[in-house]
Design a protein around this ligand. Structure first.
Ligand SMILES: *Cc1c(COP(=O)(O)O)cnc(C)c1O
Length: 494
């Protein structure tokens, strides 16, 4: 199975798609067709542990990787890196509502699920497609991707990594996680601007011909750790397959029954992975797309009009503060039946006027599959408090946005099918907002005191990766204007 571009005809192997990250025409790599889970695999998967599930699902998407490479990759990515060696536990917190906890990895957010795996895939693929060259991973982050990518790639031979984050758009803990990163192959820098500025800057650098000449002269190639890289999406498909297996195993789902998934959405990668899981046979009914106050997707999924000409808000769920959801382009490509010209047209509209409108046919397909809702910071806080009081279960701000929209969906539609909510971050990662939601007392100013206090109230231990940040030296204090990103990269690579 090969990959093509959302914006033109092309056919590359999965290894090439992963090494390049983004297609040369500026489009995203998409699978030419969808693999299917056979009956035999479907029967066998629930009996497997997470690593074996990954080693079973990934070869169906990444068909040019030798099977033993994918088994080794799954073992390396998911052994000793996640709490209890259980990367994606499923908890039924309210009747029919299951939280898929994806944040037990080294950086306490779901990005670890993919970014512990990506370096494994990328280095193996590069050995085959670009021997002797060094990869430069270029990453824009709204907070969680940056640290997860750094944790995955620091010290990996044959790879360098550069991370740009919006100076005022990440939490104090997120910033500390990134700026204290060790390793002589890493660079981290704040930029003046928001996540979309960082992401657009990175995309422009990818497409810059002068930069290509500079890289070539040094035997360097850019690649991406953002979810525009299919190597990020493939490992995310696995956890939806895994959640299905666990629902079946627990008896929450009978053969032939569907479940819904609800995903707190930013760049549209996580929810698209769920959509890909269904394309391969996982019985998902509705995809519930949850947004914070930056509710461009809520509007889009109800009107078919994507319009980024609106105010950008900074919220308590910063990893979803995004106005350009890159992975939507992939979904559009599939819903347009592989019509790359149509997708190119929409993306040109977005670039020129900040706006596009999909066809009536595509809008009705979107509405068939998706339900969209949004939730502001006050409702987010109320939801965290409510769930905690009623169940003693604590969720972070992003997961709370999803829980709220899931509740709204179930109430307004009466759909009682089980729902899997993607729980995307540890509540400790957003301690000040979470504390504010469950306690009336004054908030300690110091971030580490906040962690202690949250631990005391919730009875949960402070996650090791956050506790250990205390006293670490800031190694990357720098911030630059967004126009200086290319210069920063040249200097780092010089
Ligand atoms: C990245 C992130 C999201 C958004 O996921 P997308 O794949 O970009 O839609 C949601 N919650 C958290 C905690 C994240 O880190």
């Amino acid at each position: 199975m090969n990959f093509t571009s959302t914006r033109g005809r092309l056919s590359v192997t999965s290894s090439e798609a992963i090494v390049r990250g983004i297609a040369p025409d500026g489009g995203l790599f998409v699978p030419e067709n969808f693999p299917e889970l056979s009956g035999a695999l479907t029967a066998a998967l629930p009996g497997m542990d997470y690593r074996a599930r990954a080693a079973t699902v990934l070869p169906l998407w990444l068909t040019d990787f030798p099977a033993d490479e994918l088994r080794e990759s799954a073992d390396a990515a998911y052994t000793g890196t996640f709490e209890n060696n259980d990367p994606a536990p499923l908890h039924e917190v309210m009747p029919g509502v299951h939280f898929l906890e994806l944040w037990h990895g080294p950086t306490c957010a779901f990005k670890d699920m993919a970014l512990q795996m990506l370096p494994q895939l990328l280095t193996r693929a590069a050995r085959r497609t670009a021997p002797g060259r060094t990869l430069v991973i270029l990453t824009a982050t709204s907070g969680d991707t940056g640290k997860a990518a750094l944790a995955g790639f620091a010290g990996v031979p044959g790879v360098k990594i550069v991370v740009f984050y919006p100076r005022d758009g990440v939490s104090a803990m997120q910033k500390l996680q990134m700026t204290t990163q060790t390793g002589n192959n890493v660079a981290v820098c704040g930029i003046g601007g928001n996540f979309d500025d960082a992401q657009s800057g990175v995309k422009a650098i990818f497409a810059d011909p002068e930069m290509r000449v500079f890289l070539n002269g040094k035997s360097l190639d850019f690649s991406s750790a953002n979810s525009i890289n299919f190597g990020r999406l493939a490992p995310q498909i696995v956890y939806y397959v895994s959640a299905w297996c666990d629902l079946v195993k627990k008896g929450s789902l009978k053969p032939g029954e569907c479940f819904n998934v609800c995903v707190p959405t930013g760049n549209f990668g996580n929810i698209l992975a769920a959509w890909y899981a269904r394309a391969m046979g996982v019985p998902v009914g509705k995809f519930i797309c949850a947004s914070n106050r930056n509710n461009i997707l809520t509007d889009f999924l109800s009107t078919g009009i994507y319009d980024r000409n609106r105010e950008f808000y900074t919220t308590t769920s910063p990893s979803m503060d995004i106005l350009i959801s890159s992975n939507l382009e992939r979904l559009l490509y599939h819903l347009y039946g592989g019509d790359a010209a149509a997708v190119s047209g929409l993306m040109a509209d977005l670039k020129d006027s900040g706006r596009y409108q999909v066809s009536g046919v595509v809008l009705s397909k979107l509405k068939e599959d998706f339900f969209a809702g949004c939730c502001d910071d006050a409702e987010t806080a109320r939801t965290i408090g409510e769930i905690f009081r009623e169940t003693r279960y604590l969720v972070d701000t992003h997961t709370a946005v999803a829980a709220k929209v899931c509740q709204e969906y179930r109430k307004s539609t009466g759909d009682k099918r089980p729902c899997v909510i993607a729980s995307t971050a540890s509540p400790f990662k957003f301690a000040s907002a979470v504390l504010g939601a469950i306690s009336q007392e004054a908030l300690p100013e110091d971030g580490f005191e906040q962690l202690e206090k949250l631990s005391k109230i919730s009875g949960m231990a402070v996650p090791g990766p956050l506790a250990s940040l205390k006293g670490k030296r800031v190694l990357h204090p720098g911030c630059i204007a967004r126009g200086d990103m290319a210069g920063f990269i040249r200097k780092f690579l010089a």
